[in-house]
Every structure is written in structure tokens, then in C-alpha cells.
Design a protein around this ligand. Structure first.
Ligand SMILES: *Cc1c(COP(=O)(O)O)cnc(C)c1O
Length: 396
């Protein structure tokens, strides 16, 4: 049985990417690094579907969120943060930390954000210049309709900053078509990389705003980083090894093609949801907002102990590592990460193991056809060519 790491980040790193990182270190102020960063930046623009600058910071995803806040928020200025879960709350907390007068639009966890609510707040508060919102809320398995929200924001001439840490590269988010000003992603989610880099796209209006305003900042200065990267360098020492990996993972992604990557994630997510329901479990998210990268499932019988036992059985006996709940959902949900290096067969194996575990903890008496439900939902695509990676390195 192969080990499957299926928490919503970090995600598995394919053998090709591991090997691409296993190379001697280079000088980060020299021609070899210049070539590396140029290829990485071009690939990131391709994946972000943008002509905007995409900056590469050595930080986790939260660093990218903090960068967005520092460069766009003015202390004391009224700013809208839209939250549908733990990561939306984190974004808003960063806004408070940098002194914004935060208006928080909150939804019950499991729900998605409504574009008309955002529009209403912007109409009531003409002084709001920037809206911060999560695309894919990893704590609840909810994917917001950024196209609808961005349309309202842009129609009113405001800026929009999006946390796409757990969606970009896996779920379609065409940055230029939607006119998204700042978009943040993180290496250890859909990018098939270890933790260590955040990727931040910055529009021209966002650069203009940060030139005249913004909170105190030093490490994460958009304009400073842009100027360094234009010369093939970075302000500080970059995460060189992650960038060797990024170059390779971007090559893998180009071989597969963006639309096929999105389709693979949609298919697997649909299959997993069908299997979960066949297993007599309930999905946590509002069906209008199901995420294609992370599925949150209500704990069996809403029994915290049983939930814990299920996760432990999967990990210790069935080589499948899933995540528990965050904040007040701790014990009340478990979460399945299905992003990055995952193919359609992996998804079927996962639901088979989940079924086994539910039998072992006594939630169901015997097999109920999880794999069949998965296959039916995924359809003919199951047999199709199915990157990401086929061969996987043994897990230590
Ligand atoms: C993982 C994640 C982050 C950032 O997490 P880090 O641990 O700082 O990398 C931010 N937002 C969302 C939606 C995430 O899934």
C-alpha cells in the first residue's frame, strides 16, 4: 500500500520535483539564478493567467497575506475583509495588526460569500478602497465565487486582494480576466512543492496604491521586490531549492495543460463527494460552494471521539493521512485534501481506505460501494491519462 498524504497542505511532492531540487546550491546573485527566476516568473504568470508581475517571497502563505495587507492597507483607513472561515479570519486579523479600520463581513462557516453583500457594504462605505477575500476556504471546503465578487468590486473602482493559497494552480482563477489586483498563493498547496515560497501577483493599480500609501513594511515591499526581480535577483536570499522544484513543477503543469489540471481536480472532487455520501457521511459545505481542492466532511454521528479514531485508523493502519477540523470545527469535521499531485486512481484508493476505516471504527457494518460511487461520479475520465505524477518516490 502506498502512503497517501492528503491533508490540505503540505501536499505530496512528485519524484521529478524532488530530484530537480536535489542539486548543488548556486549563487543567488549570478547568471544561473537569473535563468532560474526568469523561468519561474514566466511559468507563474502562465499559471496565474496574468501579465501582472508575480513576486516570489521566501515565506509561507501567511507571509503572502501579510504582504498584501502591508502594501495595500493604510492605518486607520476603513477596509473590508470578507471571511467564510479560519483563513478569512486570519486575513482580517492581519488587517487589524496593521491598524486598518476593519469592517468584517462574516458568514457562518460552511457558507460562501455573497457578491451582493459586498456590493452593499461598498455602497454604504464609499471610503473603502480595498476588499480582501478568500477564494478557497481550506477550513470549511468552501470555494467563493470570486468572479461575481470581483465584478462588484471593480465596477465600483476599488481594489481586490484574494487569498488563493489553496486554489491557484488547481482551480481556475483567471487573474487578468477578473481584474484581480493582488493574488496570493503558497508553494505547499496545489503547486506540488514543499513549503517555503509564497507567490503574489500585483496589478498596476496595486503598485500605484502601495507607492503612495500602505502600512510600515520592509521585508515584503512589492516595489522593492519587483525592482530586484527585474534584474534577475531577489531582495533577500531566496528559497533557491524550492525554486528549482518550482521550475520542474511548472514544466509538469505545462505538459498537462491548465484546463486539464482544473478538470482533473473537478473530477476527483466530484468523485470524493459522491463516495462520502455513499458512505452515509455528510458534506460540511453548502452545495453551491463545494471546493474542488478540499472536502470537509462532518464527523460521523458528530462524535468527536469517533472522528479522532477514524483519522488515527486511516493514518496508522491504512496509510492515508487526512486532517481534522480547525478552530471551533475541531472534532466536528475531518478534511480531505485533493490538490496538486493527485490522479483519479489516487482518489478511488482514498475512498476505499475511508470505507475500510469506517468499518474498522464500527460506523458502517460492511462495504457500501464507495469505490463504485466514486467511479460513477468521475465517469469515463477515470481511465483517461492521468497525471500528476505516476511514479512516486518512497515516503520515509
Ligand atoms: C494554507 C493556507 C494559507 C497559508 O498557510 P501557511 O501555513 O502560512 O502556508 C492561507 N490561506 C489558505 C486558504 C490556506 O489554505
Amino acid at each position: 500500500m502506498t502512503h497517501q498524504l492528503r491533508v490540505p497542505g503540505p501536499t505530496p511532492v512528485p519524484r521529478r520535483v524532488q530530484e530537480a531540487m536535489n542539486v548543488p546550491m548556486i549563487n543567488h546573485r549570478g547568471p544561473a539564478f537569473r535563468n532560474l527566476i526568469q523561468e519561474c516568473k514566466a511559468g507563474l504568470q502562465w499559471a496565474f493567467q496574468t501579465r501582472n508581475e508575480v513576486l516570489i517571497f521566501p515565506s509561507s502563505g501567511t507571509g503572502g497575506l501579510e504582504a498584501a495587507v502591508q502594501n495595500l492597507v493604510n492605518p486607520g483607513e476603513r477596509t473590508l475583509f470578507v471571511s467564510v472561515g479560519a483563513f478569512g479570519d486570519r486575513f482580517a486579523s492581519a488587517g487589524e495588526a496593521y491598524g486598518a479600520d476593519v469592517i468584517k463581513l462574516d458568514y457562518p462557516w460552511g457558507h460562501g460569500a455573497m457578491a451582493q453583500d459586498v456590493a452593499q457594504i461598498l455602497d454604504d462605505n464609499p471610503e473603502i478602497q480595498v476588499v480582501f477575500v478568500t477564494h478557497n476556504e481550506t477550513s470549511t471546503g468552501v470555494c467563493n465565487d470570486i468572479a461575481a465578487i470581483a465584478a462588484e468590486v471593480k465596477q465600483r473602482g476599488r481594489l481586490i486582494a484574494v487569498d488563493a493559497v489553496s486554489s491557484l494552480s488547481s482551480i481556475d482563477l483567471p487573474v487578468d480576466t477578473l481584474q484581480l489586483d493582488v493574488v496570493v498563493s503558497g508553494s505547499q498547496k496545489g503547486w506540488m512543492l514543499p513549503p517555503g515560497c509564497s507567490f503574489v501577483s500585483v496589478s498596476q493599480p496595486a503598485f500605484e496604491r502601495q507607492g503612495v500609501s500602505g502600512a510600515p513594511r520592509f521585508y515584503f515591499d512589492f516595489a522593492k521586490e519587483r525592482d530586484y526581480e527585474a534584474r534577475g535577483e531577489t531582495f533577500t536570499t531566496p528559497a533557491v531549492s524550492i525554486m528549482f522544484g518550482l521550475r520542474e513543477s511548472l514544466r509538469m503543469m505545462r505538459e498537462e495543460g491548465l484546463q486539464r489540471i482544473f478538470q482533473r481536480h473537478r473530477d476527483i472532487a466530484r468523485g470524493i463527494r459522491a463516495a462520502v455520501q455513499a458512505l452515509e457521511l455528510e458534506l460540511f459545505a453548502d452545495p453551491r460552494f463545494y471546493s474542488d481542492t478540499v472536502t470537509a466532511v462532518k464527523a460521523p454521528r458528530d462524535d468527536t471521539e469517533l472522528n479522532k479514531q477514524l483519522i488515527a485508523t486511516l493514518r496508522d493502519e491504512l496509510e492515508l493521512e487526512l486532517a481534522g477540523g480547525q478552530a471551533h470545527l475541531k472534532g466536528h469535521v475531518f478534511r480531505i485534501g485533493h490538490l496538486g499531485d493527485i490522479n483519479r486512481q489516487d482518489g478511488r484508493e482514498m475512498v476505499e481506505r475511508l470505507e475500510q476505516a469506517l468499518i474498522r471504527v464500527g460506523y458502517i457494518d460492511g462495504p457500501v460501494g464507495a469505490a463504485r460511487a466514486y467511479e460513477e461520479a468521475v465517469g469515463a475520465e477515470l481511465a483517461a491519462v492521468t497525471p500528476a505524477s505516476q511514479g512516486r518516490a518512497p515516503v520515509p
